[in-house]
Each structure stands twice: as C-alpha cells, then as structure tokens.
Write a protein that binds this ligand. Structure first.
Ligand code: PCA
Length: 192
C-alpha cells in the first residue's frame, strides 16, 4: 500500500506551517509494508491543483492524506467534503483573491471523501487526541486542494481514496510531536 502525504508551505505571514512540521516529523520508515511518499504543495489557488494531480499520477497512491493548518482550530479536523468554490479576503501566496469563483465548471458542486471520517475521528479520540469531523474545509486553498484531489480521482476512475485533515497551529497544547502521533495513528488505521 502506498500513501501520498502532503504538507503546505507557510502562508498568511507565518514562517512555519504545522502541516509542514508534522510531515517532516512523521517516521515514514515505521509502517512496515506501507510506503509513504511526501511532498510540499504551494498555497496557490491557481497552481496547487496541477501540482497535486501530477503527484497523484506520478506516485499512483492508494490513499492521499492532505494536511493543512487551520489557524482557528483547537483540535484535529477530519474534513468530509470539498466544495466547488473558492473565495478569499486576504489572497493566497501569489496574491490571488478569488471572489466566489467556481473551481471547475464541468464538475459537481461538491465531493465527499471516500474514507470513513467518523472512524478516523474515533480512533484519534480513543488515543486521547482531541479530534472532530468537519463538513467545511473553508473556501481557501485547502478546500481547493481537496477538491482537486477528489475531482481528479473521480474523473480518471482511479481507486485512490483521499482525505483532508486540518491541524491546529503549533502551540504548547499542540506541539509537533502530538500532531505527528495523530497522523501516525491515522496511517496505522488506514492499514487495517
Ligand atoms: N491552510 C490553508 C491553506 C494552506 C494551509 O495550511 C487553508 O486552510 O486553506
């Protein structure tokens, strides 16, 4: 089994992104017959879709786990849905500021993950890690990325499954080590 695990570069004036710190901390050699390939994605509405689709085509993963930072969150959020819409007040790292723009005119309004979000949440909670399911990944670059993955998988007929997970910012309550443990639990659960 091969998992593609993605992180984002920093954005919004921050110089770190918790997704980047977490992916770098995950011990990719520790999962037996699960091969983990990692890569970094740009915080760019216009570039991220192509970058991610190319990675999926090249790496041909069974599962894609996309990680992103959610500044306002105090727990891990397992995202259920990606909307075919982008909107931003402050713009992305290219300075692009979409105003209620459709991502893809030929695509449905939304896609759901193919993975069991409640099971993933419960597995984290049972390990003492605060987690919840979420039915909105926002309208910023993380949602755009999730939509790109689900649309690419659906339109190419791949059997790949994918999920987006939002992480809190790194803090005393949420050191990188805790997020690393959470993502390693998710990976271990996907193996079962
Ligand atoms: N979080 C942003 C984009 C990159 C990231 O880490 C988001 O929630 O859309």
């Amino acid at each position: 089994m091969r998992i593609l695990l993605t992180e984002f570069e920093p954005f919004g004036g921050d110089n770190i992104n918790s997704s980047q710190e977490t992916v770098r901390a995950v011990d990719c050699g520790e999962f037996g017959d699960i091969e983990i390939v990692t890569d970094i994605l740009p915080v760019s509405f216009n570039r991220v879709g192509k970058a991610l689709c190319r990675l999926i085509d090249e790496k041909d993963p069974d599962v894609v786990i996309m990680l992103g930072q959610s500044g306002l969150s105090h727990c891990i959020k397992i995202e259920r849905v990606a909307l075919n819409l982008m909107d931003s007040v402050n713009g992305d790292n290219d300075g692009y500021t979409p105003d209620e723009e459709t991502i893809c005119l030929d695509a449905p309004p939304a896609y759901f993950t193919q993975l069991p979000v409640k099971k993933l949440r419960d597995c984290l909670i049972q390990s003492g890690i605060p987690a919840k399911t979420s039915s909105s990944a926002g309208l910023y670059v993380c949602n755009r990325t999730y939509f790109a993955a689900l649309h690419h998988i659906a339109s190419t007929g791949r059997r790949t499954k994918s999920v987006f997970i939002h992480l809190p910012k790194i803090s005393a309550e949420w050191p990188t080590e805790r997020m690393k443990t959470a993502i390693e639990k998710v990976i271990t659960m996907l193996k079962l």
